[in-house]
Design a protein around this ligand. Structure first.
Ligand code: SF4
Length: 272
C-alpha cells in the first residue's frame, strides 16, 4: 500500500506526559503516524488516527523545522523544572522516512547541546544505530528501549509485517552495547516466543522489560478487547499466548538467565 507523506509545520513538539507516561514530564513525537502499522498498535484507536479517516500505517506527517520549535520549548521547560522526555509515545522515531528527513536526529542534536534530565528513546528500528554519536553525548541521561516482542521472525511477520526483522533489532542492541549506550530490550507486547529467547538476549542487554496488552494498554485490557486482537492468535493456534497469564511464561524463562533486578514489569520498565 502506498504511504501518504505530508509536511506539517508544528506549533509545538513537547507534550505533557500523561497516563502511562506519568513518570515523564513530556512526550516527544517527531512524526505523526507510523508506517510500521503494527496490528496491535493502540494509536489506531486514538483521536490522532480516528480523525484522520485513513488506515493506520498508511500515512505519516513529517514535522518540518521541528528542531527550531523544540529548541525554544526545551529551554522554556528546563527553566521551569526537571525535564524527562519519552520519545516516542505514538510513532516510531526511527521509521524509514527518518533516513531521509532526519527529524529525530535534529531533535537529538538539540538535546546533545542542552540535555534534558532523562530521555527514553523507544523504537523497534535498527536506524537508531546511525545516531550513536549523539546518544553518547547524552551519556547516562539516555536509555534506548528496543522493542523485541519475540525472537521468532515468523511471529513478527504475522503481527507486524512492516516492522524491521527481529535479527536486525538484536544486532542493533549489540552495537549499542559495544558503543556504550544504555539500552534495554522491551518485550512489549509479549508475543509467542521460543525457549531460546533469553539466551539470545543475555549477551546483548543487562536490562529487560516485559509488558503485555493487559498491563500495558492503559485500560486493563479494555482497549485490547475492543480492537479484537485475539483474532490474530486464532489462525496460529496460539490463543494461550493471548491470556493475561502469558507474560509469566516469558518471565519464568527470562529468570533462568537474568536476575530479578534486571527484569522490569510493565510501566516500571519504561520509567526514567
Ligand atoms: S511501531 Fe509503535 S507506533 Fe508504530 S505502529 Fe508499531 S506500535 Fe504503533
Amino acid at each position: 500500500m502506498k504511504t501518504e507523506y505530508l509536511y506539517k509545520q508544528p506549533k509545538t513538539l513537547l507534550n505533557k506526559g500523561t497516563g502511562f507516561l506519568t513518570g515523564y514530564s513530556h512526550s516527544l513525537n517527531p512524526y505523526t503516524g507510523c508506517v510500521f502499522g503494527c496490528s496491535y498498535c493502540y494509536v489506531r484507536k486514538m483521536p490522532v488516527s480516528l480523525f484522520r479517516n485513513k488506515e493506520w500505517g498508511t500515512w505519516v506527517d513529517i514535522k518540518k523545522d521541528a528542531a527550531e520549535v523544540f529548541r525554544k520549548e526545551l529551554l522554556r521547560a528546563r527553566n521551569k523544572g526537571p525535564v524527562t522526555i519519552f520519545m516516542s509515545s505514538s510513532t516510531d522515531p526511527y521509521q524509514p522516512i527518518e533516513h531521509k528527513e532526519r527529524i529525530t536526529r535534529s531533535l537529538l542534536e538539540v538535546m546533545a547541546e542542552n540535555p534534558p534530565d532523562f530521555l527514553l528513546v523507544q523504537t523497534r528500528s535498527p536506524l537508531v544505530r546511525r545516531d550513536i554519536d549523539l546518544l553518547l553525548r547524552l551519556g547516562g541521561k539516555v536509555r534506548v528501549s528496543m522493542t523485541v516482542e519475540t525472537d521468532l521472525d515468523e511471529i513478527r511477520k504475522h503481527f507486524s509485517p512492516q516492522a524491521p526483522p527481529i535479527q536486525a533489532r538484536l544486532k542493533t542492541l549489540q552495537l549499542l552495547k559495544e558503543a556504550g549506550v544504555q539500552a534495554q530490550a522491551a518485550i512489549a507486547p509479549v508475543l509467542p516466543s521460543s525457549e531460546a529467547f533469553p539466551d539470545k538476549l543475555r549477551p546483548l542487554v543487562d536490562r529487560i522489560c516485559i509488558d503485555d496488552y493487559f498491563m500495558g494498554d492503559g485500560s486493563s485490557g479494555k482497549r485490547t478487547r475492543q480492537m479484537g486482537i485475539h483474532k490474530w492468535y486464532e489462525p496460529l493456534g496460539l490463543e494461550e499466548w493471548h491470556e493475561p497469564s502469558a507474560y509469566q511464561i516469558v518471565y519464568e524463562r527470562m529468570k533462568r538467565v537474568f536476575s530479578e533486578e534486571q527484569i522490569y514489569i510493565s510501566q516500571q520498565g519504561f520509567e526514567p
